[in-house]
Design a protein around this ligand. Structure first.
Ligand code: GDL
Length: 703
């Protein structure tokens, strides 16, 4: 049912299209209910957001059974939903994910896709999206014959569907390489993205999650780069608040680390938030505040003073801290309003007093008499109402994927300090002992604040919000209980607690289930400790070495030598590999790799398959089973070990392909960093080499 092209019309009249802002329901797991979505539309309207992208991964007719048409009952619900969106001024975009098993080259498949979207169009929907995220990138034989690449296949089908639907005003495409980390070798050189940029019709917008799937920061430069490849400004699919990848985490910190200068460079922003609907209040409210900020094109004026002068490196138009307070202030009202008939009865405070016991029982709207304790009876149990400070604390304990909130950070720092200085407690009263005790007391106060917040939340009249939060707040309460007991024990205030130090703990003393057990067996628990190791933010790419890299490689080589040497460089023992890094020797063909970050070359790994001549020049006798040489260095700014591991892994497999049976490397004794690196890899062992200077270590591995 082709319609006149609205987007074409917009382009022709030169009308600027509105900035897309809102929510994508795009996570794995239980989809939201129709009631929750309808409520979302009302909120979006109230807060000035204009779009909802329907893309629940596990709604089976969206992805797994994308070919199936909706039944009359399902159709009725979708019609009601689309109507509700319209009523609230929200653009309902229907997304479909056929990529799990579509054969792009089969016309029947494309016809099926069109038929499904025609059905949804018949429900009153006029905006659509095709998603190709999280799918197998290998094409089936039929598609390989028909298309020169996976990108060509996706673009051909997307363009055809777009035209079939009459070139809708809003049509979004989610690429398979939807973030910089997925691009090979990087964004500007990604063949996949270039094909999309050059061939996708201009009326189709492209979704992009930033440098990573869950991006810590999104910079203007990164968006300028990807826009030039895509030939259009992307719509950000923001996973900053998504929690579908970890059942212990939920995010209630403010929208953050996206400068508002981005707004004019983007086509839009959609947040893909927590799976639990109600706790998304902060995620969506703060995104709306961000969109309304000075740089924003949405809704005109910003409604509150938002200068971020209270935060380091702050944005002049948006302060996450203030946006959070605004959101929490509004959220508090929701917590305090009952959401169910027969919910908690709000008592007149005088009924809680014993002296009022001789009054007639109060009648409620359901007609039950309210129990009022007599003078000798137990007083009614009641918790004080939830406060803004409680919500602030809640948000700080469940802040953002790359950052704990300030109270959480303080608690961790204090616990760490108390542990490290526990010996002070046993000593005679010294300044240190006094400090330890005072800090232990403060820690205790912070723990109690968490328990109080838990109690007040549990008593909040709005049960829907509470139930969505319940597992998380219980979990944090247990964690804090254990930490509190441990500190008391360190301070000698309690005997070793049954919960903290026992060979036979209750299940809540060993948390995380089987997955936790796997993680504890991996180095660094297999995950990042946000407190000790703030996350790396760089996106690295590894590419083949080319002769033009020699100067940069030499610079890194020299800088590392200077760092190693207590004495001037001339006094350092010579290594065979100095020739490779210094540019006098070239790596063997296909045996050189270069590591790059945003600032340029930051590491190298070079190999020589036959080292006979080079070894001879350095008066060394080659170790028998290790005829090849490798050398690798990283600039000190690369603190993350992962890129180095990937680079050496790739180089070793390139050398194996080039016929090498074994490789060795030489290190000066001062180069602890590389020595630790090779030792931790596990496969490299120390070798003895005739002619080797005393302060040089050789390590090798067979391939
Ligand atoms: C993803 C998925 C998304 C998921 C998110 C967080 C995109 C485009 N796709 O990769 O469905 O919720 O990660 O786990 O982000």
């Amino acid at each position: 049912m082709p319609k006149p092209s609205a987007s074409k019309a917009a382009a022709e009249t030169g009308k600027t299209r509105r900035f897309i802002s809102g929510v994508v329901e795009g996570f794995y797991g239980r989809p939201w209910t129709m009631e929750q979505r309808t409520e979302l539309f009302q909120r979006e309207q109230k807060w000035g957001l204009n779009t909802y992208l329907y893309a629940p991964k596990d709604d089976y007719k969206h992805r797994m059974y994308w070919r199936d048409l909706y039944s009359p009952e399902e159709a009725e619900k979708l019609v009601a939903l689309i109507t509700a969106a319209k009523k609230n001024g929200v653009d309902f975009i229907y997304a479909i994910s056929p990529g799990l098993d579509i054969t792009f080259s089969n016309p029947k498949e494309v016809a099926t896709l069109k038929r499904k979207l025609d059905q949804v169009s018949g429900f009153g929907c006029s905006s659509f999206s095709l998603l190709f995220d999280d799918i197998e990138t290998e094409m089936c034989p039929a598609d390989k014959q028909a298309f020169s690449s996976f990108a060509h296949a996706q673009v051909a089908v997307t363009n055809e569907v777009f035209k079939h639907l009459g070139q809708p005003d809003t049509f979004l495409f989610c690429p398979t390489d939807y973030c910089a980390a997925f691009c090979t070798p990087n964004v500007s050189q990604s063949a996949y993205l270039h094909t999309v940029g050059e061939n996708l019709l201009p009326g189709i917008d492209v979704l992009w999650t930033g440098p990573k799937v869950v991006s810590h920061h999104i910079t203007v430069e990164s968006i300028v780069e990807v826009s030039s490849v895509l030939k259009r400004a992307p719509v950000i699919w923001d996973n900053i608040h998504a929690n579908d990848y970890d059942p212990q985490r939920i995010f209630m910190g403010p929208y953050k680390d996206r400068p508002t200068d981005l707004i004019p460079k983007l086509r839009g922003v959609l947040t893909n938030p927590n799976c639990e609907y109600y706790p998304n209040f902060v995620a969506i409210h703060t995104l709306a505040t961000w969109c309304r900020s000075e740089g924003g094109r949405v809704g005109g004026q910003r409604d509150v003073e938002m200068t971020g002068d209270d935060e380091a490196g702050s944005d002049p138009c948006y302060s996450p801290k203030r946006a959070l307070t605004l959101a929490l202030t509004d959220w508090l009202q929701e917590f305090l309003s009952t959401d169910q008939p027969g919910g908690p009865r709000l008592l007149n405070p005088t009924h809680l007093k014993k002296e009022s016991s001789d009054e007639e029982p109060m009648q409620t709207d359901v007609g039950d008499p309210v129990y009022v304790p007599g003078s000798g009876d137990n007083p009614l149990f009641t918790a004080e109402p939830l406060t803004l400070d409680d919500l602030q604390l809640l948000s700080e304990l469940f802040y953002l994927p790359y950052e704990h909130g300030s109270t959480a950070r303080t608690m961790l720092t204090e616990l760490d300090w108390l542990k490290a200085h526990r010996e002070a407690v046993g000593e005679a009263e010294t300044e240190m002992t006094a400090e330890w005790r005072s800090r232990a007391k403060c820690f205790d106060v912070m723990c109690v604040a968490v328990f109080t917040m838990f109690n007040r939340l549990s008593n909040a009249p709005n049960r829907s919000i509470l139930y969505d939060l319940y597992n998380y707040i219980c979990d944090i309460k247990s964690g804090v209980t254990l930490a509190r007991a441990y500190v008391k024990q360190l301070g000698g205030q309690s005997r070793p607690s049954a919960q903290v130090m026992t060979d036979d703990p209750e299940p809540w003393g060993f948390r995380g289930g089987l997955s936790g057990e796997f993680q504890r067996m991996l180095p660094c628990h297999g995950n990042r400790d946000l407190f000790r190791h703030p996350p790396m933010t760089s996106v690295y790419s590894i590419r083949p070495f080319c002769p033009e890299d020699k100067t940069e490689i030499q610079k890194i080589h020299m800088e590392m030598q200077r760092g190693e040497a207590k004495a001037p460089a001339a006094a350092l023992p010579a290594l065979i590999s100095d020739g490779l890094a210094g540019g006098q020797l070239s790596p063997s063909p296909n045996c050189g790799l270069v590591l790059e970050d945003e600032r340029g070359v930051c590491g190298y790994a070079l190999g020589l398959t036959d080292t006979t001549a080079a070894a001879l020049n350095n008066q060394r006798a080659l170790p028998g089973d290790f005829p090849s040489l490798v050398t690798m260095q990283l600039h000190p700014r690369v603190t993350d070990p992962a890129p180095a591991r990937r680079m050496i892994g790739s180089l070793l497999s390139l050398m194996k392909t080039s016929g090498s049976r074994g490789v060795f490397c030489e290190l000066r004794q001062g180069d602890r960093r590389m020595f630790d690196f090779y030792s931790k890899l596990g496969s490299f062992t120390t070798l003895k080499m005739a002619g080797q200077p005393q302060d040089v270590i050789a390590m090798g591995t067979s391939l």
